[in-house]
Design a protein around this ligand. Structure first.
Ligand code: EPZ
Length: 421
């Protein structure tokens, strides 16, 4: 098992290029099943989750060619089964998108329950509610979700919970349905707009993505297209926080600044300089950050996926901060690890109270989930002394070349395999 070894205290300076968004890629790749012709997907991040989705597409019989590390050509006309493999499905949360895509195209899907980060209860009842509203029969047995429909008829669906996955999954199932589907109380994340743009490029008729009401007018058939994945706001946000935590000065390139408005606003509140310029922004640390309160909310609010890295910056801020995690009921597993570094954090349910200290001290840590792992890397960069992080599979699911990019910014970080140490 690989580990990361970080010598803390080095200031991050220079430029970092942001890759394509993981949470767009893991939706758009399964969505290519709906296409009746070849799709070329560009700016894909070279991460485990994308490789796992590729494996599932190939297991289903799709013709998948990796043209380069960030470009894939897919033709789903050769798909010969609607049953997703159990072992592949449990490797990530986004395998649930194969239900909407296979149901939408073939009116049948058998997908084992998805895996994904252990950050609390993660039901898929809203996905199922949407599929049933469209006329699908859903049965769940032996850990497999079976969806079947003679035909799919457009319907009006009000989501009880603002859900990224359910919003996208219902969009996928509704594209080729008869009639119009309306999703109300829809999530507004950039990934949803990106996926809707991809589907419309195939010939779908989707309006309102990015608002809380999305209208999908069913069409007879979809063609193929070329699509470029949007930049990853969570990767960008992680580097913004790392730059500030290391008291550095870093230019974050190839981003859409508006996707980062909530993070930029919070960091400015902390006294950190954020200078936006077209498709990049510069983070300039400015002494010790001030403590601020964070409440995670659906987009455009502060994203839950950056709560964990931000808790590191707040651990060394001047003052006491309160984090309210309103999306998940178990997204503080990184706190026990940060406490090993001297952090003063008290967690009660969905609230974490953080009393800022001057400096964290390096320690051996174990990544518990993707963004917790990213938080530990940020902590190791800013801490005094050496930090060793194990369980890197979590981090490799969502960050492309993390340690390489950090070394290019001046960090002292290296990946070793168990034997090397
Ligand atoms: C997506 O997960 C992201 N993953 C998550 O990012 C992200 O944290 C989350 O959206 C929220 O922004 C992918 O896109 C692959 P939700 P998803 O459905 O779709 C509840 C990362 O770090 N809910 O928006 O699974 C759910 O329990 C990952 O990249 C239901 O109750 O999240 C949660 O409390 C972690 N019933 C809330 O809604 C449902 O049917 C939001 O979940 C679905 C969700």
């Amino acid at each position: 098992m690989d580990k990361l070894i970080i010598e803390g205290g080095h200031v991050l300076e220079g430029e970092v290029n942001i890759n394509g968004a993981k949470n767009s890629a893991v939706a758009i790749l399964p969505a290519s099943i709906l296409a009746g012709a070849t799709c070329t997907i560009k700016n894909l991040p070279d991460i485990r989750d994308v490789a796992n989705i590729m494996d599932i597409l190939m297991q289903l019989g799709a013709d998948v060619k990796r043209e380069s590390h960030d470009r894939m050509i897919i033709n789903s006309n050769s798909i010969n089964t609607y049953k997703v493999d159990f072992e592949l499905s449990k490797k990530l949360r986004a395998s649930y998108y194969f239900i909407g895509a296979l149901l939408g195209r073939f009116k049948k899907a058998e997908v084992p329950f998805p895996g994904g980060c252990d950050i609390g209860v993660r039901p898929i009842d809203q996905h199922i509610k949407g599929f049933e509203a469209l006329g699908a029969k859903i049965t769940i047995e032996h850990g497999v979700i079976r969806a079947e429909a003679k035909e799919l008829i457009g319907a009006s669906i009000f989501l009880d919970v603002v859900s990224v996955g359910a919003t996208i999954n219902i969009m996928l199932a509704a594209c080729l349905a008869k009639g119009t589907t309306t999703i109300e109380n829809a999530a507004k994340e950039p990934y949803i707009v990106d996926t809707a743009n991809f589907l419309n490029a195939l010939g779908a008729n989707i309006k309102g993505a990015g608002t809380d009401e999305i209208k999908i007018r069913g069409v007879e058939q979809l063609g193929g297209c070329e699509h470029t994945i949007i930049p990853d706001q969570m990767e960008a946000g992680t580097y913004m926080i790392a730059a500030a935590a290391s008291k550095g000065n870093v230019l974050i390139k190839n981003i859409i600044p508006t996707h980062l408005d909530s993070i930029s606003a919070k960091m400015k509140e902390m006294g950190i300089e954020i200078i936006e310029n077209g498709d990049s922004l510069r983070v300039v640390a400015n002494g010790r950050p001030k403590a601020v309160n964070i409440k995670t909310m659906p987009y455009p609010g502060f994203p839950t996926d950056l709560q964990q890295p931000m808790s590191v910056l707040l651990s060394v801020a001047d003052g006491t901060a309160i984090i309210t995690e309103s999306i998940y009921d178990g997204r503080f597993k990184h706190v026990d690890e940060l406490k090993k570094m001297g952090a003063k954090i008290n967690v009660e349910g969905r609230i974490a109270v953080i009393e800022g200290i001057q400096k964290l001290s390096g320690a051996p840590l174990c990544a518990t989930d993707l963004r917790a792992g990213a938080a530990m890397v940020v902590a190791g960069l800013s801490a005094e002394g050496q930090t060793i992080i194990s369980n890197l599979t979590h981090i490799d699911r969502g960050y492309e070349r993390l340690e390489n990019k950090l070394v290019e910014l001046g960090a002292v970080i290296r990946r070793v395999s168990e034997e090397d140490r």
